[in-house]
Ligand binder design. Structure first.
Ligand code: SF4
Length: 368
């Protein structure tokens, strides 16, 4: 059994009444070939939210196609206290069929099903307008904040209009971040180097045991190699870095395989971020995955109220992984921390983002 395409886990689709005639809805229903039912306007697809945590697993099989009545495009909710990369989030839907033990969405959302916004014409129009009103500003945009960017793409095919739309812009890049290997729709697009395809990576044992229904390391890297051959820039995110028995050998194995498979100079950036979570996630994670050990460690509450490993512990993890990456990475690849302090940057990398103009500028320079 392979989970290169986790959308095969979905077994039922619900459609909000007013979205029935949208071309996007019709196309998804035709591609999926699954049973579907109509939900009254602004209604709920089912009662799974009444016992939210208990139904998180069942919700992963149910896809709700509805309208986003709010904004699609907004700044990533980073925290002022840490070095933030100034990312813009394009909200295409919520939740995904993969099930990660550490997924923050378990505590962040209150609906257990998968949601995809089928008013994609509105999304594309809003994106177009947002970029047009700030022609001097450079945007790094991602769709992977509230879902996996490609896990549903076999059904939605959203990456095609998105990649082509961003390809026509000079003031933006799009990052599609995934743990799947769903890349077929990326072939043959006029992306003009403006889309970066990114994979989250971890040590093999964490990927296997804590990222259920995700593509294997080999499947992710083979997909990345193929995307590089299609001319896309790549990115990789070691996030969350998790302390576990054998972590040094595990991260080394992943990094060795990464650089053995993918051309180093195709990689735009690599991020590092140690495990962190809001307090309510711990109870949910332990209840859903009682055998997982990741929440049983010593944590300190950070300035953003998230639990993290103590600073010396984070530095020890980062130093090993950063050294492994530096040995093989291209000089043009930006290796950075997601939400860490200047002190950590100094201790591990020997400089703070401010020395190089700031983290957003460091990342912009790679892709502009
Ligand atoms: S792939 Fe991302 S969105 Fe999906 S469960 Fe894992 S962490 Fe959450």
């Amino acid at each position: 059994m392979t989970w290169k395409d986790p959308s095969i886990y979905i077994n039922r689709i619900y459609v909000e009444e007013s979205c029935l005639e949208l071309a996007c809805t019709r196309d998804i229903l035709a591609r999926a070939g699954l049973p579907w039912s109509v939900v009254p306007e602004r209604g709920k697809p089912n009662g799974l939210d009444e016992e939210y945590v208990g139904n998180l697993s069942a919700g992963k099989r149910q896809l709700y196609l509805c309208r986003n009545r709010g904004v699609f495009f907004k700044p990533c909710p980073g925290t002022r206290e840490y070095q933030c990369c100034d990312y813009q989030v394009l909200n295409t839907g919520t939740n995904c069929p993969i099930d990660c033990v550490y997924c923050i969405l378990q505590a962040y959302l209150n609906t257990p099903w998968l949601t995809f916004y089928v008013n994609t014409e509105d999304l594309l129009q809003e994106l177009e307008q947002s970029l047009a009103v700030h022609p001097q500003r450079f945007f790094r945009i991602g769709t992977g904040e509230f879902t996996d960017s490609l896990a549903l793409d076999r059904l939605t095919c959203l990456c095609r209009p998105l990649v082509q739309s961003i390809g026509r812009k000079n003031n933006a890049v799009l990052e599609l971040k995934t743990k799947s290997a769903v890349i077929d729709n990326l072939q043959g697009l006029d992306h003009r180097g403006r889309t970066i395809i990114a994979w989250s990576l971890n040590s093999p044992v964490i990927m296997k045991k804590h990222e259920l229904r995700s593509a294997t390391l080999e499947e992710r890297l083979e997909a990345a190699r193929q995307c590089a051959a299609w001319g896309y820039r790549l990115a990789f995110h070691f996030d969350p870095i998790i302390d576990h028995p054998g972590w040094q050998a595990g991260y080394k194995e992943t990094i060795d395989k990464l650089f053995a498979t993918v051309p180093a100079d195709a990689i735009a950036w690599i991020s590092l971020g140690a495990l962190r979570f809001i307090p309510s996630l711990k109870d949910i994670g332990i209840r859903r995955f009682p055998r997982a050990k990741i929440y049983f460690n010593e944590f300190v509450q950070g300035l953003d109220a998230k639990s993290r490993y103590f600073r010396p512990h984070r530095v020890a993890l980062y130093k090993v992984i950063y050294a492994l990456l530096k040995r093989k990475a291209s000089d043009t690849t930006c290796i950075y921390f997601c939400m860490e302090s200047d002190e950590i940057w100094q201790e591990v990398m020997g400089f703070a983002p401010g020395d190089k103009g700031g983290l957003p500028q460091m990342l912009d320079r790679v892709v502009r």
